[in-house]
Design a protein around this ligand. Structure first.
Ligand code: TYC
Length: 102
């Protein structure tokens, strides 16, 4: 048995099968009511964007309907979406944040 556990064969090479994690894009969606400054704050606080990048991404969403906040592994992306949705609801804004597999 060369499975690296039973130690029954000499010269056992262990090569763990590593799988790269799937990546997910986190997106902000446009709406007619959420203030531009609130969206910029979201991008700075939850996605660690500079004020300049936050403004650029917010305007992309405003003009095209959607914009990318970042790309993360599943659990991180899910946490970002939940944080943004919870914070937006607490502030009575309809901002929508979603994730999609890359
Ligand atoms: N369209 C909004 C406004 O005119 C601004 C906005 C930008 C809203 C980005 C949501 O994800 C968004 N106040």
């Amino acid at each position: 048995g060369g499975d690296g556990h039973d130690n029954t064969s000499l010269m056992t090479k262990i090569r763990p099968k590593l799988k790269r994690p799937s990546l997910y894009r986190v997106l902000l969606l446009n709406d007619d009511y959420t203030p531009m400054e609130f969206v910029q704050y979201i991008l700075e606080r939850f996605f660690n964007k500079s004020p300049e990048d936050a403004t650029r991404i917010m305007l992309t969403v405003h003009h095209t309907g959607v914009g990318e906040c970042g790309i993360y592994t599943y659990e991180i992306a899910e946490t970002k979406v939940t944080q943004v949705m919870d914070f937006s609801r607490k502030n009575n804004h309809p901002l929508q944040c979603v994730m999609e597999k890359t």
